[in-house]
Design a protein around this ligand. Structure first.
Ligand SMILES: Cc1ncc(COP(=O)(O)O)c(C=O)c1O
Length: 477
């Protein structure tokens, strides 16, 4: 044995924290935040809280059993904080599934609700009201300003100078249902009775009504309700083979629907080459291109529409939106180019509640706040901050987290190498006071209110790092 080796063996064993860290399978220089390893909000405390469980047991007898829910009962919210019946505060990184862009119980929105509901909530679409047209105008004018639907940012239109138009619904599903109907009507008007085919893509989520479900190719959602609507083809999302796209979208296709950033499907972004190819082929065969921006739209991706910054040749003919438009008050909308609008005539489509003055007055207020330059510069700063913090995760937990981070703006995701782990992270984080969502089969999604602060991002990411450390340690045990 050489002298240096003997010397090393004789030395007392000093544990180098960095080295022990390496041995445990973490990356080199970085250390995870371990401040939140102890559960502060255990589900078990809620499960053993008799008054809460009485309410849940009672309600379960009457509510249809369609959701799997943890045993907590949320009683109020403010900003990004939700409070349960045990007065425990949760930091909400779900925003009611990408809905409450301005946070919970916002003062400005409360005022609009109070004023408008004491004036007029509902009068039906038999008459005009003050706010539906006001919101439609704001959506169109902001789209011209920020880009989208064929308008380049600043107001130039690619191919039809005439006015874009809006139809209001009550939810995202209903917006997509209407958009599919408009595609069919446009197809028949321009290409004859056989132009009825619809194309959607793998991992899409467009809703649960018969039409929207038919373009949501997930067996879990579709199988119990088959047969679905006919003439639907499913293409591969981000497939860039010209041949495959040409075969998929043919002369009988009337509409193509896709999410420019898939939300439920796993926070996957559409590649610009794929979107350009699909848009080009749709135009070639005279099919209407529908972008479902229900989750990624209205500034969540950092721009008004996820496609706002794309070249106009990748813009759609119809945009559907919903979730944040009235910050949680039910609303949806379909915005169409004039070429589509021309084929829709009175009586073809309608709704009792859609476009009612209360929902649309709130929408006007929400859109004016979201499009405010200082709001947008703050959003840019916080979303970059979140993006930087997220970069630590694959480095810290290479055995657990996929290298490629997903999403942009404040629709972000981390992919897991093991598909059992996303729901484990969601549970562990909830038990430490942070609410997260899974997405697709292998991801966790971050969709906080667009008002999230850097401190709140620090807290959420601290909890996430602590929880991922627990998962890594559990794997090693
Ligand atoms: C992209 C997308 N489209 C459609 C829907 C359906 O919207 P809603 O639940 O409002 O009917 C959702 C809901 O999560 C969605 O994320």
């Amino acid at each position: 044995m050489s002298a240096p080796t003997l010397l090393r063996l004789a030395r007392p064993r000093v544990i180098n924290p960095l080295r022990s860290y390496l041995v445990r399978g973490y990356a080199t220089e970085l250390k995870p935040n371990l401040s939140y390893t102890k559960p502060t909000h255990p589900d078990s405390t809620a499960s053993s809280h008799t008054p809460t469980q009485h309410i849940i047991t009672d309600q379960s007898q009457y509510l249809l059993n369609t959701y799997v829910r943890p045993p907590i009962l949320i009683k109020q919210g403010k900003g990004l904080i939700l409070t349960d019946t045990l007065n425990r505060n949760y930091l909400d990184f779900t925003a009611g599934i990408a809905v409450t862009a301005l946070g919970h119980s916002d003062e400005g929105i409360n005022q609009i609700i109070n004023q408008q509901s004491s004036k007029l909530s509902h009068a039906s679409n038999i008459y005009w009201n003050e706010h539906a047209g006001e919101l439609a105008k704001s959506l169109v004018e902001n789209t011209k300003k920020f880009g989208g639907l064929g308008f380049t940012s600043g107001g130039n239109s690619s191919n039809d100078e005439a006015q874009a138009k809006v139809f209001f619904s009550n939810s995202g599903t209903e917006a997509n249902e209407g958009a599919l109907k408009f595609a069919r009507a446009h197809g028949k008007a321009t290409g004859g009775e056989n132009k009825t085919g619809i194309v959607c893509f793998t991992n899409a989520f467009h809703g649960r009504s018969m039409g929207a479900l038919s373009v949501t190719p997930n067996p879990k959602y579709q199988s119990p309700f088959a047969p679905l609507i006919p003439n639907v083809k499913v293409g591969k999302y981000n497939e860039t083979s010209q041949k495959a796209v040409n075969e998929l979208i043919d002369e009988n296709t009337c509409g193509v629907i896709l999410e420019p950033i898939q939300g439920e499907g796993g926070v996957e972004q559409g590649d610009i080459e794929f979107l350009k190819l699909v848009a080009k082929r749709a135009r070639e065969v005279g099919a209407v291109l529908i972008y479902d921006e229900i989750q990624c739209g209205l500034f969540r991706s950092g721009t008004m529409w996820a496609h706002s910054s794309f070249p106009v040749e990748a813009h759609p003919d119809i945009i559907t939106m919903a979730k944040p438009l009235s910050n949680g008050f039910p609303i949806g909308a379909i915005m169409v180019r004039s070429s589509v609008a021309e084929t829709i005539t009175p009586g073809m489509h309608g709704t009792t509640f859609g476009g009612q003055p209360l929902a649309t007055a709130i929408g006007v207020h929400v859109l004016s706040r979201l499009s405010d330059p200082s709001f947008l510069s703050n959003l840019k700063e916080t979303s970059e901050y979140l993006g930087d913090k997220m970069k630590r995760l694959p480095e810290l937990f290479p055995s657990l987290i996929q290298e490629k981070l997903r999403g942009r703006g404040l629709i972000r995701g981390i992919g897991f190498k093991d598909t059992t782990k996303p729901s484990e992270l969601v549970r562990l984080a909830r038990e430490r006071g942070v609410l997260l969502l899974t997405a697709g089969s292998d991801a966790v999604r971050f969709v906080p209110a667009l008002t999230v602060s850097k401190e709140q991002i620090d807290q959420a990411m601290g909890v996430i790092e602590s929880c991922l450390s627990i998962i890594v340690d559990g794997e090693k045990a």
